[in-house]
Design a protein around this ligand. Structure first.
Ligand SMILES: [Zn+2]
Length: 267
């Protein structure tokens, strides 16, 4: 199960399976406990959305202190809604990376980070090989099978056995709110043969559909070989919880951003 931790007035989401492994520090941030104002209120951790740099610096300092990682060791970059996954290490910390929506590493203290405001964060940990991966899967990434691409990068690069991977699907837009039209549905049907199990007619709008992105990502993880019992799924929809989260569907571009963080501890 996912739960919300509160430390020094900062709130952040934590998954039980990742926490209980004892191998990683991780979180999914909320908007609570920071210093940003206006549409960024208050724990915006993105430097690219127009918020003041000193506020983001302070927010990141507070969050990293609470969760237990060094902000200097963050690996992140511009995400492009595709399924490229990059193998990273110490050399990439603080670099300006572009064109990847997922990262994998076996190096302790390297902090994988992806940004979100409705798009789905996917966390992976091989408990035997001690390899982690983190990816960003909006509807485009989900339909393009990002969950599978991330597991493949772990197996290709590090020889991970999917049976040894535990995974989590983080706060993002739920099937309650993710309304789409025909072209989106077509994109899913083109790439994913079990699509119909996770698409519903919108009761209130006859030409619209709703998609369960959490369900699609979970099924893709299972098809990639991760045991179902190893996968935790969020129960928090970012659009339904404006007090906790920024939501692109609620706020458009005038908003801050949450982030997912995942780091192997040093032993
Ligand atoms: Zn919702």
């Amino acid at each position: 199960m996912l739960h919300i931790e509160e430390k020094n007035n900062i709130k952040y989401c934590v998954f039980e399976n990742l926490e209980n492994s004892g191998l990683v520090n991780h979180c999914f941030s909320t908007r609570i406990g920071g210093v940003s104002k206006g549409v960024y209120e208050s724990l915006n951790i993105s430097y690219t959305r127009g918020d003041k740099k000193e506020n983001v610096d302070e927010n990141l300092k507070r969050l990293s202190n609470a969760v237990g990682f060094n902000p200097k060791n963050i690996v992140c970059g511009k995400q492009i809604h595709k399924t490229h996954v990059l193998n990273v290490g110490k050399k990439d910390c603080g670099c300006d990376i572009c064109g990847y929506d997922g990262y994998v590493t076996d190096e302790p203290c390297v902090v994988l980070c992806t940004f979100h405001a409705d798009c789905v964060p996917l966390y992976f940990l091989d408990v035997k090989k001690k390899v982690i991966a983190l990816s960003h899967a909006g509807w485009r990434g989900t339909a393009a099978r990002m969950a599978e691409a991330t597991v493949k990068k772990m197996t290709d690069t590090y020889g991970c056995n999917p049976q040894d991977i535990i995974a989590a699907i983080g706060p993002s837009i739920g099937k309650c709110c993710f309304q789409v039209d025909e072209p989106v549905v077509k994109e899913f049907r083109k790439n994913i043969d079990f699509t119909n199990d996770f698409i519903f007619n919108d009761e209130n709008d006859k030409d619209r559909y709703k998609i369960d992105l959490w369900g699609v990502n979970k099924k893709l993880m299972e098809e990639a070989g991760i045991p179902e019992k190893n996968i935790e799924v969020t129960n928090l929809c970012t659009k339904c919880s404006p007090e906790l989260f920024y939501s692109h569907r609620n706020m458009g571009n005038n908003r801050g951003s949450m982030a997912a963080y995942l780091m192997l501890k040093e032993f």
